[in-house]
Design a protein around this ligand. Sequence first.
Ligand SMILES: O=C(O)C(=O)Cc1ccccc1
Length: 332
Amino acid sequence: MVNIAFLGPLGTYTHQAALQQFPDKDANYIPLAGIPQCFEALIKDASLDFAVVPLENSTNGQVVFTYDLLRDLMNNCKEYKGNEAIPELEVVAEQYVSIELCLIAAQPMSLDDLNSETRVTIHSHPQVWGQASSYLKNLGQRVQELKTVDSSSTSGAVKICCEAGQPSGNEVVLAIASRTAATVNGAAIVDSPINDRKGNTTRFLTLRRRSTDFPPIPARPPVAKGVEQVALLTFIGKQDTSPGSLVDVLNVLKDHEINMCSISSRPYHHPDSSSKADESAHRKWQYIFFIEFNHADGVSWDQVVHEMGSKTLKFCFWGTFYRNGRYYETST
Ligand SMILES: O=C(O)C(=O)Cc1ccccc1
């Protein structure tokens, strides 16, 4: 039996990602209330083997909650080897889910019921608003008032919508989530798909506790020739003391003719930012970088990672994983 925590409740897109990653009949899926809880539970609960969390969306980018949790795990790390942070978790796989956003009501209703007299409240995960912004703008122009309310997950939003029950007067409570979330909650789909872009896809990561050979990393695709492997590295550059320090890190990839697949950043705050020991270390507008890059023949991951790390203030090698075949799916 393999125990997998995921951003629940049942019916979330992350639930779908966990089902895709662990299609095994002896997998046990454990829904948790939020992304922080997935990180915390995987670290503290030895009965959990993996956690699946959303990372980024093809329409509106980073799921910043996950990026910030990786940042904070590195920043609060107790174990170091030189300037390399060794946090409790590592990344072992990626997964992709095509996102069909549905407008959902507790009971069947027509889109025409949403009119100039109606005051609409829509619940969903904050990641959704940027994926259906045009639809929501048009809907907002058709109704008297449109309010959006953040929820910890899309399927959780459907539960809230169902608990609100029948519309009272001109007040209508809706949710945006997947078709599965509507089914799981016995709710009705009012309109679908409502995402702004076709092929809208969210990427998920699977994490496990580091330095364990157990549980074995999820079934890897056959290592056919050309199946890409990807590494995830985070680092704090020598931003103030060494002009061009970011280039120095990236040049390691260039020198080894390694392709970089992604780069992004998030605000970074020095761990003991309460103290004023060193103003420059604690000033605002500092960044942690997230870089993903491919494997290159003839050079080991460790060699590349430590060459890059030597040009940073501190870094963390989160692990390597195989590029999931769904990465290549075109906008369907
Ligand atoms: O809330 C969910 O269903 C999630 O899994 C997070 C999320 C939200 C919106 C798009 C993709 C993933």
